[in-house]
Design a binder for this molecule. Structure first.
Ligand SMILES: [Zn+2]
Length: 162
């Protein structure tokens, strides 16, 4: 039942895209790879490869760690997922939603939580400053590292444990 709920989240279109990419890489469409795909696209929070392994195994317990690590780059290459580099050894991933709004990332240094907020002004700002220099922007990002005010006063981060 849970599996069916999750399947509904990942649209047929993105599933087809994933299958096409697998084929292009000479990889078979297996239940394990589809479980990884479904689990990844169902996530609303950023996740690590290890977290994805847990979610994928909830759908198909035969999913191996190796398959998760081999499938993740295929999903980022096909733009189904994006990789979020927060300047640490660990990589975070998030599903690429359809809305193309610019997002700013705010990272809590106390709990490692990554918040994303829509930041439409970023696009405007990037375009404005670039055009003054006769340039066309290709990409830009805003990433803010922050401490919790609550952590500083109470010693407890309200974002920790999720
Ligand atoms: Zn925090």
């Amino acid at each position: 039942m849970r599996h069916r709920d999750i399947r509904r989240v990942s649209t047929e279109a993105s599933r087809d895209k994933f299958k096409t990419f697998l084929a292009a890489k000479g990889l078979r469409v297996t239940n394990q790879r589809l479980a990884i795909f479904d689990a990844a696209l169902a996530q609303t929070e950023h996740f690590t490869a290890e977290e994805l392994l847990v979610h994928a195994r909830a759908l198909d317990e035969s999913v191996s760690r190796a398959t998760v690590y081999r499938t993740l780059p295929i999903m980022t290459e096909s733009a189904l997922l994006r990789e979020i580099d927060v300047g640490r050894n660990i990589k975070f991933y998030a599903p690429n939603r359809d809305d193309r709004a610019q997002q700013a990332q705010i990272i809590c240094l106390d709990c490692d939580k990554i918040f994303e907020i829509n930041a439409p002004f970023m696009e405007w700002y990037g375009t404005t400053v670039s055009s003054k220099l006769g340039l066309t922007p290709v990409s830009q990002r805003l990433q803010v590292s922050a401490h919790c005010n609550a952590f500083r006063t109470t010693g407890q981060c309200p974002h920790r444990n999720n």
